[in-house]
Design a protein around this ligand. Structure first.
Ligand code: F0G
Length: 347
């Protein structure tokens, strides 16, 4: 299958020298969520980014950022991450033959993501501090040591991530009314907005959706308008207090007519369970903040009826098994015995 760089060659800043490598990123399923959509009174879809090669939307931007770093002669890349960026950077660095350094907040990265960074061969450095501090350190090191930074301060990352918006327009045949995303460092919501604007300017779509950004209550600087020095949430992917793309995202949300709102950890985990048990779609906690946000908008009378809404389900649920297992009621265990099994099945 052609990768994103081949498919959207005319929409990306690609030259003859850009190495067009791929791991098969993009082309993820747009899943119609019949039951939950009906309950909310809307036409609801989930863009299942967990189907990307490293299990998150980061691969869309990473393939372009890494290709440009390789084209420009970089030998090594660096990033700070709450987990998914590090997994993606490590995989694409391996693919493009570059060395990779990742800075992670100690003890706050989901196990699946940490395992990925390790197995793909990145040098993992655990920082006693939060993501915001790790990003400052990564930026400093990139300038001082000449390493290419592949966080969303790298413009190619966001450019690559626009492709999610393009795929949605192509598959639906029209842009949705609302586009709802979880917001951490605020890169993805900015990228989607830019993607829709680019398609509108090319005459491919007539309007841009309202951009809606959902944060976790304990890490919601774009809702409060103030940076958050000690962000805390079960959705570790978006445990960020000072989003580097905050200004751009605020602009995108405002000009599109959308809004930011926040949801509690309890609402996030409830939405995760609902998405999996009602629709068969397993996404990590951060990815379920949009559904929690829509449910809250419905309760507050802010969700119009019958509109088309797409949520970006940013990461695969398997990334963070502990989020499920730590809340799971005890699993029924029996001896290898027919009578005991029969007794359980009849309950
Ligand atoms: N959802 C998931 C699963 C994420 O991993 C992230 C960000 C977001 C949402 C928020 O996207 O930052 O563009 O607003 N993860 C970054 C990382 C910070 O390091 O993996 P954003």
């Amino acid at each position: 299958m052609a990768g994103l760089l081949e498919r959207y060659k005319n929409y990306f800043p690609i030259t003859e020298k850009t190495p067009l490598k791929t791991l098969g990123e993009g082309g993820t399923p747009l899943v119609k969520l019949h039951k939950i959509g009906k309950e909310l009174g809307i036409e609801l879809y989930g863009k299942y980014e967990g189907a990307n090669p490293t299990g998150s939307f980061k691969d869309r931007g990473m393939v372009l950022a890494m290709a440009k770093a390789a084209e420009e002669g970089a030998k090594a890349v660096i990033c700070a991450s709450t987990g998914n960026t590090s997994a993606s950077a490590a995989a694409y660095a391996a693919r493009f033959g570059l060395k990779c350094y990742v800075l992670l907040p100690a003890g706050k990265v989901a196990l699946g993501k940490l395992s990925q960074a390790l197995v793909y061969g990145a040098k993992v450095i655990s920082i006693r501090g939060n993501f915001d501090r790790a990003l400052e350190l990564a930026k400093g090191a990139s300038e001082e040591m000449g390493l290419a930074i592949v966080n969303s301060v790298n413009p190619y990352r966001l450019w690559g991530q626009r492709s999610g918006a393009w795929e949605i327009c192509e598959e639906l045949g029209f842009p949705p009314d609302w586009m709802v995303l979880p917001v951490g460092n605020a890169g993805n919501i900015t990228a989607y907005w830019a993607g829709f604007v680019q398609y509108k300017n090319k005459g491919k779509i007539k309007s841009v959706p309202k951009m809606v950004g959902i944060q976790a209550e304990g890490a919601s600087p774009l809702v409060s308008g103030k940076s958050c020095p000690n962000p805390e949430t079960v959705a570790t992917a978006i445990r960020i207090g000072r989003p580097v793309n905050g200004k751009k995202a605020t602009w995108a949300v405002r000009v599109s007519g959308g809004f930011f709102s926040s949801v509690s950890d309890e609402e996030i985990l409830q939405a995760q369970k609902e998405l999996a048990s009602k629709e068969g779609v397993f996404a990590e906690p951060a990815s379920c903040a949009p559904l929690a946000g829509l449910k809250r908008a419905k309760r507050d009378g802010k969700l119009p009826k019958d509109i088309a809404v797409v949520m970006v389900l940013t990461g695969n649920g398997l990334k963070d098994p502990q989020a499920i297992l730590s809340r799971q009621e005890e699993i029924c265990e029996i001896d290898g015995d027919e009578a005991q099994l029969r007794e359980v099945l009849m309950r």
